[in-house]
Ligand binder design. Structure first.
Ligand code: PMP
Length: 415
């Protein structure tokens, strides 16, 4: 049952209980950018600072031991949450962006050579495009892009599969698109990459917070996500990597924590995950992310997925009924995440978001870090509404009402 989601858990999210401007209740529809935090997470971070605050892996004193245990417990929680084969497969990073940069700078430097190819897609977030472009430039390799497919409203998976060949070293794609809400056919893409001997990185930013994820079942080499989109703090995210792959990789940043022995002649490095966590990590943030994982696991990810599936259907149904509104992403009735990007005839996305903000409705407007996708769509910007565990049909109703009244206003102004 999903009766414990949506309205039933809003009391646990303090930020949702506020009015903006002249007393408009906040309708938060920007959870794909960042989610709000439940009290359990806020309290875990506060308690850490009030009680356990100390550096990790260093001091042999009570607080340091507690801080280390809490930090490492967060790693255990994440490993269980995504069904990693080992806790050592979870590397804490600043977020998904840093996790992808880590793979590009370490695995990429070691494995990608002149003439090699990296296959990605034009629908991806810049975080999963630019690091590969820079790596390709450094290595003399080529990035090949799978097309957007207007008929499915997602990435053209057949095109991606056709691009994968003997020169392909890496295939990287988003599990769920942050703009289209489309869901990648992971198993087919992973099978095609495997058949070509290529490694696979999956960007799980918009999937891990919203559905059960089993990294072993997905079969990739790397999986990345950001804590702040899954009820956790900013400044923390993770890279999951297959342990045998992580073990082959050189260090990313260097300094304290990531070493084995340091002499003036040179240094040897810690085994994963420590090798990739140089310096004092984001300890309180990791503890907060651990609490977020507990929170989501407590709700049940299958329940979260079912709740969002219902919301996605309602969102698409309501938006589709608005005159002059063009919805991007999978057609009505097809599977999609609980988010939708759209354009409204006669109202620029930036104006739309500014006007509905006056009604308390928070959405995002712009290219959502997907300029190539927007170029493929033939637009420079879109509006995006994105939902989460605490979202309700009433939020969608408020969105639609505000869009329609803004549309009317612009029609009157424009004549
Ligand atoms: N990939 C996708 C699909 C995303 O939605 C985002 C966040 N918008 C990112 C990567 C980057 O995440 P972060 O900025 O937290 O590193």
């Amino acid at each position: 049952s999903t009766a414990h989601l949506g309205a039933a858990l809003r009391a646990q999210f303090p930020a949702l209980h506020q009015t903006v401007y002249d007393g408009r209740p906040l309708v938060y529809l920007d959870s794909a950018a960042t989610s709000h935090k439940p009290l359990a997470v806020i309290e875990a971070v506060r308690e850490f600072y009030e009680r356990d605050n100390s550096n990790v892996h260093r001091g042999a004193h009570a607080l340091s031991i507690r801080a280390t245990n809490a930090y490492e417990a967060a790693r255990d929680k994440l490993a269980a949450f995504v069904n990693a084969a080992s806790r050592r497969e979870i590397v804490f990073t600043r977020g998904a962006t840093e996790a992808i940069n880590l793979v590009a700078a370490t695995w990429g430097e070691m494995n990608v050579r002149a003439g090699d190819e990296i296959v990605i897609s034009e629908i991806d977030h810049h975080a999963n495009i630019v690091p590969w472009q820079l790596l390709a430039q450094r290595a003399g390799a080529t990035v090949r892009y799978a097309r957007y497919d207007a008929s499915t409203g997602g990435m053209d998976a057949e095109h991606m599969i056709s691009l994968i060949g003997p020169r392909t070293k890496l295939v990287a794609f988003a599990h769920v698109s942050n703009v289209l809400g489309s869901i990648a056919p992971v198993h087919r893409l992973v099978a095609a990459a495997r058949a070509a001997g290529a490694a696979v990185l999956i960007d799980g930013c918009q999937s891990v917070p919203h559905m059960p994820v089993d990294v072993q079942a997905l079969g990739a080499d790397f999986y990345v996500a950001s804590g702040h989109k899954m009820c956790g703090p900013t400044g923390i995210g993770f890279l999951w990597g297959r342990l045998d792959v992580l073990e082959t990789m050189p260090p990313y940043q260097s300094g304290g924590e990531m070493i084995d022995q340091v002499t003036l002649e040179g240094s040897t490095f810690a085994s994963p995950p420590g090798r990739f966590e140089a310096g004092t990590p984001a300890i309180a943030q990791a503890v907060g992310l651990g609490a977020a994982v507990d929170y989501l696991a407590g709700l049940g990810m299958a329940n979260v997925e079912a709740h969002e599936h219902d919301l996605a259907r309602y969102l698409v149904e309501r938006l589709s009924a608005v005159d002059g509104l063009a919805l991007y992403g999978p057609p009505r009735g097809e599977a999609r995440a609980a988010l939708a990007a759209f354009s409204v005839a006669g109202v620029h996305a930036n104006d739309l978001s500014t006007f509905i903000d006056q009604d308390g409705v928070a959405i995002r407007a712009g290219h959502h870090c997907t300029q190539p996708l927007h170029a493929a769509l033939g637009i420079s910007a879109s509006a995006r509404a994105s939902l989460y565990v605490y979202s309700t049909r009433a939020d969608v109703d408020a969105l639609v009402e505000s869009i329609v009244s803004t549309q009317r206003l612009f029609a009157q102004l424009g004549g």
